[in-house]
Ligand binder design. Structure first.
Ligand code: COA
Length: 416
């Protein structure tokens, strides 16, 4: 079956997570993604956090499926010549080197544009061009701190906290993928390539939009009624950490279920959606709260919201998280069990939808990965194993017109 991005050739100069997450997504949808790696070493994640000696680590395999691997030393004259040929033939070059690395390699934007005016050059950096921190190298948690996520995550009596979700890395990669697809659309209209840049700080901030909303509300009125600090605690002049509060117009909290004393994930998230108040009261066996003016509006409930959560925890104390959700779903209450990674790995629905997939790898054998979170009616995404280092070097060089002897000489000289 043909895929939407068939025929799009991508030079994948990415490493670690932010860039590889982007190019993996494009590879799933049909692009020919050629991962360019340093001979002998490759992407650092091939050997980081290894669980099987000498085999590519899961960190690498889970972010580089459906790609081809070309080893190439782009700091040698012959390596640069190969890269020039690739640039002439490709549609997109994606990179997430430290600031200035591509320029230092000799591939400035004017030079690339001269080689192939239709090429899209897509970059991830920690901070945007011209930012006072533009020279900084950045990893995930640095971005979460710089993008406003850490100062607004965690509990009010603890330090700023980072999220386990890759807001700085994979999230930035997803933003970059949108940028690349937009630039490809633009190119079909104009024939022209362009530079697409996404910073990790900006991508984190884009997901913290509601916290910037809250800062402005706080500046204006001095309090935020949906935060646990209201009405009994105090506010300073900055958005506080709100623990597990809902953050929108719907109060919510993580609540203990049966077994929480020994199981770290025996919890559900419970949301008190305004119009679901009557079903909630019925589910909890408190029908008298439905019309009680002390409870029947969000405003009336706010000063006793933690007493209400404590009452719900009492109700939950003899129910597992799954039993609780099975009851509450019948009352249309937005809630979910807190799932461990082990439960997610074995979840039959996630397996059936292709969100959790088992993939075969030449060195590792079978492993689990996260498949496409985007589902299409006209495309079924097949996730294949990640390439070994340099697995496709000869094939790619042959495709660029190099003869067998020339390829052998490049191996001999360790250019590839
Ligand atoms: N052949 C020859 N040299 C190569 C090469 C190849 N195939 N591929 C990379 N290199 C060189 C680069 O040219 C660069 O050399 P230079 O600094 O002498 O010019 C060097 O390898 C790579 O540098 P860099 O990307 O800065 O690696 P690093 O390990 O020092 O830093 C990061 C890693 C992630 C901190 C940095 O790349 C970065 O800040 N990236 C942007 C933000 C980002 O994506 N961070 C999140 C990653 S999940």
């Amino acid at each position: 079956m043909s895929k939407p991005l068939d025929g799009i050739k991508i030079i994948d100069f990415t490493h670690v997570q932010a860039g590889p997450a982007c190019t993996q997504l494009l590879a799933w949808y049909g692009a020919d993604v050629i991962k360019v790696e340093r001979p002998g070493a490759g992407d650092v994640t091939r050997s980081q956090l290894r669980d099987i000696p000498e085999a590519d680590a899961l960190y690498f395999t889970m972010l580089n499926s459906n790609k081809r691997s070309l080893t190439l030393d782009t700091k040698t004259a012959e390596g640069k010549e190969v890269l020039e040929r690739l640039i002439r033939e490709s549609d997109v070059l994606v990179e997430n080197f430290g600031p200035g690395a591509l320029d230092r390699m000799g591939f400035t934007w004017p030079r690339i544009n001269e080689l192939n005016p239709g090429l899209i050059v897509a970059s991830v950096k920690g901070f945007s061009d011209g930012h006072h921190y533009e020279d900084l190298k950045v990893y995930e948690n640095v971005a979460q701190c710089a993008g406003g996520a850490a100062s607004t995550t965690g509990f009010w009596d603890g330090p700023p906290t980072v999220s386990a979700a890759a807001l700085g890395d994979s999230n930035t990669g997803m933003h970059l993928a949108i940028g690349i697809l937009t630039a490809l659309m633009h190119r079909t209209k104009t024939g022209k390539g362009q530079k697409v840049a996404v910073s990790m700080q900006d991508s984190v901030l884009n997901l913290c939009r509601v916290k910037l909303r809250d800062q402005q509300r706080l500046d204006r009125v001095g309090y935020l009624e949906e935060y646990p600090q209201y009405p009994h605690g105090t506010f300073s002049d900055v958005v506080p950490r709100g623990g597990n509060a809902g953050g929108g117009g719907q109060p919510g909290w993580v609540l203990k279920c049966k077994g929480w004393e020994t199981d770290p994930n025996a919890y559900i998230y419970f949301t008190i959606q305004g119009h679901a108040w009557a079903p909630i009261c019925k589910a909890l066996g408190r029908p008298e709260w439905i019309d009680d003016p002390a409870y029947n509006t969000a405003q009336a409930r706010q000063d006793k919201i933690f007493d209400i959560f404590a009452f719900i925890e009492e109700w939950l104390s003899n129910k597992t998280k799954f039993e609780a959700v099975d009851i509450l779903r019948k009352f249309d209450i937005p809630c979910a069990p807190v799932l461990s990674m082990k439960e997610i790995a074995n979840d039959p629905s996630l397996r059936a939808s292709g969100t959790v997939v088992e993939v075969d790898h030449k060195q590792r054998g079978k492993y689990l990965t996260v498949g496409s979170p985007i589902k299409f009616s006209n495309l079924s995404v097949e996730v294949t194993g990640s390439p070994l280092l340099g697995e496709h070097t000869d094939e790619v060089l042959g495709g660029l017109g190099y003869s067998k002897d020339q390829i052998a000489a490049m191996h001999e000289a360790r250019v590839v």
